[in-house]
Ligand binder design. Structure first.
Ligand SMILES: Nc1nc2c(c(=O)[nH]1)N[C@@H](CN(C=O)c1ccc(C(=O)N[C@@H](CCC(=O)O)C(=O)O)cc1)CN2
Length: 297
């Protein structure tokens, strides 16, 4: 491909800024915010992600506790643990790592978390608040995408945003956040006809499907900003497994800016979890001290 290479929207600098702001706020609280992460089973990626979240929490001045439960844990036992964490005033944020083992339905577990401690922003109450444009705890990856766009000064208001993918974790809540930021939002998915015609309309194109290199240069409007949320583990020509995104690398010759995989949205997910935990702790500690603490976005 020929043409100027796109600006790289690197995650780490933006993640550092989000975490630094969260750490400053954490330092003003009576007690360090306490994040509890529950992992069920030993899926290697989940083990790695949870380890990374706990490490980042420690680096950010937060406390963290990991409950690692066996793959065979009954739903009732997981729900009982969530109930105990809800009731514990020393727990400010609760996250149940996804995916859960097949025998455990995710929705009842996510709905069992106290909405005020739901630092994943996946509780129906928080999803409803997001879609009604009210301050809330927002899902970490979508909120991380918005923070990345803000960090690099990407204009959103009035722009055409196209999201490819409609997952509960990313596509759907990100559509709500982009709408709240006054973008004109389209959500494409597996039943969308002529996907390329839709993606070429985007000033801001977000790929959040989980299909390696789905988005090719012909699907991108020249000078569009492309956000790659994909996390695909593929075997390269060298026979080794490596991580790649939903966006083909050649898109860099068409886009004006592009997030790398790895090193783009992923670190923002973790950074936003720190920010959400501090936000939840601030609100809970202000409530116990009698001052009304509104959620801040
Ligand atoms: N309860 C939740 N479960 C899951 C979530 C979530 O937000 N809440 N998100 C994903 C996975 N995820 C966090 O859990 C996550 C994915 C990727 C990264 C990240 O930093 N990736 C690095 C590369 C790391 C690697 O080599 O694998 C990057 O992109 O640079 C962090 C967190 C599913 N589950």
């Amino acid at each position: 491909m020929t043409g100027n290479a796109a600006t790289v929207l690197a995650g780490p600098p933006a993640a550092t800024a989000v975490i630094a702001a969260a750490a400053r706020q954490a330092a003003t609280l009576e007690r360090p915010p306490h994040l509890v992460i529950v992992r069920v089973g030993d899926d290697p990626a989940s083990v790695s992600y949870v380890r990374g979240k706990a490490k980042k929490a420690g680096e950010s001045g937060l406390r963290s506790t990991v409950h690692a439960l066996p793959e065979t844990t009954p739903s009732a036992d997981l729900l009982a643990l969530v109930a105990s964490l809800n009731a514990d005033p020393d727990v400010h944020g609760i996250l149940v790592q996804l995916p859960l083992p097949p025998h455990i339905a995710e929705e009842p577990v996510l709905a069992a978390i106290d909405p005020d401690k739901d630092v994943d922003g996946l509780h129906p109450m928080n999803i409803g608040r997001l879609w009604s444009g009210r301050p809330t705890l927002a899902p970490c990856t979508p909120a991380g995408v918005m923070a990345l766009l803000e960090h690099y000064g990407v204009p959103v208001a009035g722009r055409r945003a196209v999201i490819v993918g409609r997952s509960q974790l990313v596509g759907r809540p990100l559509a709500g956040l982009l709408l709240a930021a006054d973008a004109t939002v389209t959500v494409a998915h597996s039943r969308t006809r002529d996907l390329g015609a839709v993606t070429r309309e985007a000033d801001i194109l977000v790929a959040a499907v989980g299909r390696a290199h789905l988005i090719t240069p012909d699907m991108v409007k020249p000078a569009a900003v492309v956000i790659d949320v994909g996390i695909n583990r593929v075997v390269g020509d060298d026979g080794k497994a490596h991580l790649t995104g939903d966006v083909h690398p050649d898109v860099a010759a068409v886009a004006s800016a592009l997030t790398p995989v790895p090193g783009g949205v992923g670190p923002m997910t973790v950074a936003q979890l720190m920010a959400n935990t501090v936000q939840a702790a601030r609100r809970q500690q202000s409530q116990t001290s009698g001052v009304t603490g509104d959620l801040v976005r």
